[in-house]
Design a binder for this molecule. Structure first.
Ligand code: ZN
Length: 467
């Protein structure tokens, strides 16, 4: 018998964490950070309610921080064992966790400035670069399709999830007495098949227990052709109105997809803008990692990019300008129109995009494209919800820019795609819906019942199940 405890991303979309106990071993599946409201993010400071040193192995589905962001803290609190992931995730993780560590250190330095003046006790960063380096040293890459023993009687196989580079569906096989096995499949984040680089999520046919993400459990995205047509229309409208286009984008995945499609418009002669700025050191570094992992790409795109353009985005989209330094970023402020500016953070909670907001959001010729999920509590969500006045970098701004959400670029599967993927199981596994806001998971559970006749449960936080 095995026990699974739901430790995070329950009735919300961040903080993925599941504890598996079987054969006398303990395996932690995901070690994600909670993101969104400040009070929610404060949870990241809580001690783990299990002993990190008692874990035998950790398994990570992909590099996004809501799945991996607390690994340095886990190591700082005593974990010294292996951390399994795909090679693509291992490469991206170095970038993501180092960036997170420098952000944590900067935040605490900032807070300690006023705390010192106010005579208040100083705060420690959530973790440091040294903690991150210690966590990165524990990475154990395992290729897609390869069965790896992670603890006694417990093995793991990663399958392509089509979400970001290196993302995986995690199949965990429990070997029991008399050659019996039990299988847990964790969907990870399932892709939306819109990526020009990644293959769609691999189908699975068997599982005793399935943890299924439900981020977009209540809706379908527009299809890719419609999304690209809409993207082109917005760019044309922005060109006609004379302003800039701002695209707050996740540095890993979404940005590379957008650059690819902007290159497609450029090659077709339909892109009117004169310059595309990639204004994010992290996205620039992630784009270089994507270039290194060409072997993971779909065959058609591999030959297109490698053949005609020698794997070089500069040939595919020659008007791309990468601006890693602060000075180069500030220089963009002088451009009043005709540019496309891609910057983080994806949910507008910080990063360079807020500086571009300061210079553009109050202008009615500016167009903002939100291509990703905007969690409750983030500035991006408030913009989507239609707030007309916001505060960024100590300034009050009237929102006069045109706002567009482009859901079709989501890196997550929509409802029909989730159900289509689920329908490939030969018989119903015991299904638990995770990684979704409650009402979205409920809608998905109903759709699964209606279309497949299968029951899906939405677990409670810290609920423990035996299987
Ligand atoms: Zn993700």
């Amino acid at each position: 018998m095995a026990l699974l405890t739901f430790k995070g991303a329950i009735r919300q979309v961040t903080g993925s964490c599941y504890l598996l106990e079987a054969n006398g071993c303990r395996v932690l599946l995901e070690c994600g950070m909670t993101q969104g409201y400040r009070r929610d993010e404060a949870q990241n400071r809580n001690h783990f309610d299990f002993m990190p040193e008692d874990l035998d192995a950790v398994v990570i589905s992909h590099a996004h921080l809501d799945h991996s962001g607390l690994l340095p803290k886990l190591v700082a609190e005593g974990y010294t064992g292996p951390i399994y992931m795909t090679p693509g995730t291992a490469a991206l993780l170095e970038l993501m966790l180092s960036d997170a560590a420098s952000l944590q250190e900067r935040d605490s330095d900032w807070e300690n400035k006023w705390r010192k003046r106010a005579g208040k006790p100083l705060v420690e960063p959530l973790y440091t670069q040294a903690d991150t380096d210690a966590a990165l040293a524990l990475r154990k890459p395992s290729d897609y399709g390869q069965e790896t023993i992670v603890a006694e009687g417990i093995s793991v196989i990663f399958h392509e999830a089509g979400h970001i580079l290196g993302s995986a569906i995690v199949e965990i096989i429990l070997h029991e007495a008399h050659d019996l096995t039990r299988k847990l499949v964790f969907s990870g984040d399932l892709g939306n098949s819109c990526s020009p680089f990644l293959r769609p999520p691999a189908y699975r046919e068997e599982a005793d227990l399935l943890l299924l993400e439900s981020t977009y459990g209540d809706r379908d995205h527009r299809n890719l052709d419609e999304t690209l047509a809409e993207f082109q229309e917005i760019l044309d409208a922005a060109w006609a109105s004379g302003g800039n286009v701002l695209i707050p984008s996740f540095a890993v995945g979404r940005t590379q997809d957008l650059l690819y499609y902007l290159g497609q418009f450029y090659q077709a002669g339909t892109l009117k803008q004169q310059a595309v700025f990639l204004d994010s050191p992290m996205a620039i570094a992630a784009t270089e990692i994507y270039d290194r992992f060409h072997q993971d790409f779909k065959p058609s795109e591999k030959s297109l990019i490698e053949g005609q353009h020698k794997g070089d985005l500069k040939h595919w989209l020659p008007i791309l300008k990468c601006t890693p330094t602060t000075e180069e970023s500030i220089a963009i402020n002088r451009i009043a129109g005709g540019a496309i500016i891609i910057a983080g953070s994806g949910m507008c909670n910080g990063g360079r995009i807020v500086h571009h907001f300061k210079h553009n959001l109050w202008r009615d010729d500016c167009h903002v494209i939100l291509p990703g999920f905007q969690a409750k509590g983030t500035l991006g969500r408030r913009l989507v919800d239609g707030e007309k006045n916001i505060r960024v970098v100590h300034q009050s701004l009237a929102v006069k820019a045109h706002l567009h959400t482009l859901g079709g670029f989501s890196a997550h599967a929509g409802q029909s795609q989730l159900i289509e993927w689920l329908g490939h199981f030969k018989r119903s596994p015991e299904i638990y819906l995770i990684h979704g806001e409650l009402e979205k998971s409920q809608t998905l559970a109903q759709a699964i019942k209606d279309q497949l006749g299968w029951n899906a449960t939405i677990p409670e936080l810290n609920e423990q199940i035996a299987f």
